[in-house]
Design a protein around this ligand. Sequence first.
Ligand SMILES: [Zn+2]
Length: 103
Amino acid sequence: MKCPVCQKGKMEKKKDIMEQDGIEFESYKCSECGEEIMNMKQLKVLASKYRKLRNAKDITFAKWGNSIAVRIPSDIADEYNISAGKHGTLTKDKEGIKIIPTS
Ligand SMILES: [Zn+2]
């Protein structure tokens, strides 16, 4: 594949990493001008990695009396207006547990 920008270089497949997120991705880079291009498949893979990153947060379970407590990160607590003493419902789901704040 020839470079569509400079028409001189050869597009070579390479792996790189998004520095701010640490996400690995694959693209084609021109050997002459350095232009980087992704095909649809490469874009889809990258987009799905970002979606996962956005939706998933690591949490730690802790023991609280006979129960297990979950620590909710403060940015999520703020976003959903969750604070100590408020209520919510806990629903069992196919993939896990869903928490819905109710007050
Ligand atoms: Zn080029």
